[in-house]
Design a protein around this ligand. Structure first.
Ligand SMILES: Nc1ncnc2c1ncn2[C@@H]1O[C@H](COP(=O)(O)OP(=O)(O)O)[C@@H](O)[C@H]1O
Ligand SMILES: [Mg+2]
Length: 215
């Protein structure tokens, strides 16, 4: 918020002395800061809603390939130059779950991969079915997570020591974990510092707990 405030004030004060290119550059910074703010508010609200018992699964049948492809297109589309590979094999035509919440979980994991690696570092998403579970793996080659931090990264508000120069709340993975647990699935994270991170979202094809899983 303070970034937006300062940039906007600068624009107002110096608008008549700035070139069109300067105005555009500042407007772009304001836009990016507002996206971050939006993400922050959205994450805090979603997390609060989830953990205060306010998340109710709204299950429906959906096609997992369509959902994964769309989320990847929307997220990676923000960085068109990033090397990106999407591979899906043997997925069921239909999964029963909450597509809105599952989309949110994938967005969290994919945006982490983008946020914690350079824009020229490749990201790969693969999705497969194994033992009636759809496993969506998001692999990046970014800053990774230290061995010391790894056990804590799903705790609310926890942020890795090497991640602090990038803005964030520390709530994303906690929320994603919660969403997958509500589905009777799971979230797994493997990482090597300075090498990269692999996050697996495990989604049951049909929820055997009758979508009333409680944690
Ligand atoms: N792809 C990733 N690469 C490196 N570190 C990651 C990645 N995803 C998550 N992390 C680490 O886990 C922490 C918690 O992630 P998250 O809950 O999404 O919060 P935030 O991104 O807001 O910090 C991050 O602060 C970071 O240290
Ligand atoms: Mg995050």
């Amino acid at each position: 918020m303070s970034t937006i405030n300062a940039l906007a004030q600068g624009l107002i004060r110096r608008a008549d002395r700035l070139s069109t290119a300067d105005v555009r550059a500042k407007a772009e910074k304001i836009w990016r800061a507002s996206l971050r703010l939006d993400e922050l508010v959205e994450t805090i609200l979603s997390y609060t809603r989830a953990t205060s018992g306010g998340i109710v699964l709204n299950p429906s049948e959906f096609n997992p390939e369509d959902l994964i492809r769309r989320v990847c297109r929307e997220q990676i589309g923000q960085e068109p130059d990033r090397p990106f590979r999407l591979q899906m094999r043997g997925l069921p035509d239909i999964v029963i779950g909450d597509p809105v919440l599952l989309e949110q979980a994938i967005v969290i994991v994919l945006s982490n991969a983008m946020k914690y690696s350079r824009p020229d570092q490749a990201i790969a998403v693969t999705a497969r079915k194994r033992a009636s579970m759809v496993r969506i793996v998001v692999q990046d080659h970014g800053i990774g997570i230290t061995e010391r931090d790894l056990p804590f990264i799903m705790q609310p508000f926890f942020r890795g020591q090497n991640a602090k120069k990038v803005p964030g709340t520390g709530l994303g993975l906690s929320l994603a974990w919660y969403i997958l647990k509500l589905h009777g699935g799971d979230l797994e994270v493997e990482s090597l510092e300075s090498r990269g991170t692999k996050v697996t979202l495990i989604v049951p094809e049909t929820n055997t707990t009758g979508l009333s899983y409680s944690i």
